[in-house]
Design a protein around this ligand. Structure first.
Ligand code: ZN
Ligand code: ZN
Length: 161
């Protein structure tokens, strides 16, 4: 199977113990819908790692044009997702139920899920952040500050450090 964006061969790899396919060039990922949900629900990657992953992704990674499914070549459907005020689109094959996630989008889906939970969960995020060293926190804050669209998450981080 080829990357729907770069046309290079997708590589088999693992993400949180699930087998997925990833493009070695753009780092986009292809996986079945149930895998995306399972990864989101397991909440294995800590929020600060998700923020880092998002911060390291290029802002223009979200594919604007319609992609073709790497498996069956059908035109994929765009499904809108949100992380706070940020909107992005995931590409879904209506025939194979495969989902293409541009780099950073899986992290955004996971973080959106974390942020959608009640205050107790937010507290957990803050507890984790408080365990980081000042240098680590500063570095994380610097990365978040370079992402103007992530206001919701930035506000969360700046609550009583
Ligand atoms: Zn690619
Ligand atoms: Zn397909």
């Amino acid at each position: 199977m080829l990357c729907p964006k770069c046309s290079v061969k997708l590589e088999r790899t693992q993400y949180e113990h699930f087998g997925i396919r990833q493009c070695p060039r753009c780092h986009g990922m292809l996986m079945r819908r149930d895998r995306v949900q399972a990864i989101r629900n397991r909440r294995e990657t800590p929020p600060e790692a998700l923020v880092e992953e998002i911060a390291q992704s290029p802002a223009d990674a979200d594919a604007q044009h319609r992609l073709r499914c790497p498996e069956c070549r059908v035109t994929m459907r765009k499904e809108r997702r949100r992380m706070g005020p940020t909107e992005f689109w995931v590409d879904v094959c209506p025939r194979c139920d495969l989902i293409w996630l541009d780099v950073g989008e899986l992290a955004m889906l996971q973080l959106a899920f974390e942020l959608s939970e009640q205050g107790a969960e937010r507290l957990q995020i803050r507890e984790r952040l408080q365990k980081m060293s000042p240098v680590q926190r500063e570095e994380l804050q610097r990365r978040i500050d370079s992402l103007p669209e992530y206001d919701a998450f930035r506000n969360l981080l700046t609550i009583d450090f």
